[in-house]
Design a protein around this ligand. Structure first.
Ligand code: GDP
Ligand code: IMO
Ligand code: MG
Length: 438
């Protein structure tokens, strides 16, 4: 049984949490490798619905060991709160392992995130305001504080003191914000080690030992390909490596240990925050035509497209095959899980973007220049819908109405990757497994 990476193929919120929860039973370890509590992954079993931010979405499967890898940035207060929430739900976190090399989100990171967005005004990224960018910034600048530093009070104090000598003047003089004292930060952060300390481990060693013993690992990505710091719609991205390659650097496992890459692809596209989105069906308040706004609103209501982390209304649009092909390449996808197909049951006709047109040129590949993506006019192929047929009870491909089968086949061909899982509802059970083998 191979080790698998799960990645988002669009701008996040594709349904990674649901698919991770679904297939974790086939793995011995379930590992987050990047991002932080900017992620919001939803898991639903019947009446029980959980929103996870830092914990791997396989946590409900007690047989799999959950690991937070070195590529993740951790807000310790949020993690402790999430563990308490899970324990209240009767889900044990006792097996959780946290990499000693993961970086810690500090209070000033959150301040800088908000203040910087304010400074950018209309050009803001629309971040989740969780301190993600500033924390990764310190990591890259070699000024970060890591989980292992928390374990030694003397070292932690020293690191906080050094950090504050640089951060306080910026907070005060550039942003007009309050500075921190060393005691203030230490008094807030050191108590978290009572809960987190015993869980800290050298996770690369843990996972490599597991692989040698023939164990299988599921790597759970957060965000999505187009939010990747290198391959996304920069600067409207997050600050980590969300693509499949991030699973190796974010856990300390070599790329040869990865056998499968499962791309999670929504049957349409959504995005939260700023940045280009060629197939967006803009809401009226964002300047959309009545036709666009009607499609956008219908996708939003039918798909319940509101952020799991921030509650923001997500921007919605038609499926984009240009992006799907790009995601297939940069991640080396072996399989696709197509999610939320049921949401499209509300439409008479469906559109799939096959290429962009910009400045008299047709692009059937991801354009090099960001400006092209901003001004791209999508060229659509229209397909008949299956309006009125409830597909949420379908459990095999053949159960789907013919038009839905044709839509899936069309997307599969357009993106060039086999679709081996189809989501027909938010519940774990509302899934068609058509070829996926863990
Ligand atoms: P993630 O960040 O990729 O894990 O995705 P989110 O959890 O933020 O958003 C996906 C939303 O869609 C959640 O509310 C899920 O419960 C829901 N969802 C996942 N798969 C399906 C599906 O196949 N159909 C429907 N209707 N909802 C789904
Ligand atoms: P999951 O894992 C959707 C977006 C933010 C913003 C940009 C940068 O649930 O798919 P950040 O706070 O990371 O600096 O924000 O990235 N973003 C997400 N959008 N789903 C997510 O996570 C996201 N995490 C960050 O909206 O545009
Ligand atoms: Mg999400």
């Amino acid at each position: 049984m191979p080790s698998t990476v799960i990645v988002g193929t669009q701008w996040g919120d594709e349904g990674k949490g649901k698919v991770t929860d679904l297939i974790t039973r086939d793995y011995d370890y379930v590992v987050r490798f990047q991002g932080g509590n900017n992620a919001g992954h939803t898991v639903k079993h019947g009446e029980r619905k959980l929103a996870l931010h830092l914990m791997p979405s396989g946590i409900m499967d007690e047989a799999a060991i959950p690991v937070i890898g070195n590529g993740v940035v951790i807000d310790p207060g949020v993690l402790v709160e999430e563990m308490e929430m899970l324990e209240r739900e009767g889900i044990s976190c006792k097996n959780l392992r946290i990499s000693c090399d993961a970086h810690v989100i500090m209070p000033y990171h959150k301040d800088f995130d908000g203040a910087d967005e304010k400074r950018l005004g209309a050009n803001k990224i629309g971040t989740t305001n969780r301190g993600i960018g500033p924390c990764y910034q310190d990591k890259a600048a070699r000024k970060g504080i890591r989980v292992q530093d928390l374990l030694d009070e003397k070292i932690f104090r020293l690191k906080v003191e050094t950090a504050l000598s640089q951060k306080n003047p910026i907070l005060e003089r550039i942003y007009g914000l309050d500075p921190y004292t060393v005691d203030q930060v230490c008094d807030e952060y050191l108590p978290y080690t009572r809960v987190l300390g015993p869980l800290v481990t050298e996770s690369s060693q843990l996972l490599n030992t597991a692989l040698r013993e023939g164990k299988n690992i599921l790597f759970e990505g957060a965000q999505g390909t187009l939010l990747d710091i290198d391959h996304g719609t920069y600067p409207y991205v997050t600050s980590s490596s969300c693509c499949a390659g991030g699973a190796a650097t974010g856990t300390g496992v070599g790329p040869t240990a990865i056998d499968k890459v499962l791309g999670i692809q929504k049957a349409y596209v959504t995005r939260v925050g700023g940045g280009p989105f060629p197939t967006e069906q803009r809401y009226a308040e964002d300047g959309g035509s009545p036709e666009e706004a009607a499609a956008g609103e219908l996708l939003c209501t039918e798909g319940q497209e509101f952020g799991t982390t921030t509650g923001r209304k997500r921007r919605c649009g038609w499926f984009d095959a240009v992006i799907a092909r790009y995601a297939a390449e940069v991640n080396g996808l072996t399989d696709v899980a197509l999610t939320k197909l049921d949401v499209l049951s509300a439409f008479d006709t469906l559109k799939v973007c096959v290429a962009y047109e910009c400045g008299g040129k047709v692009y059937d590949y991801f354009p090099m220049q960001q400006s092209v993506l901003f001004h791209a006019k999508p060229l659509y192929h229209e397909l008949p819908g299956w309006k009125g047929t409830d597909i949420s009870t379908c459990r095999s491909f053949e159960d789907l109405p013919e038009a839905a089968q044709a839509y899936v086949r069309y997307i599969e061909e357009a993106s060039g990757v086999p679709i081996s899982i189809i989501g027909v509802g938010p519940d774990r059970e509302q899934t068609i497994v058509c070829g996926w083998k863990s």
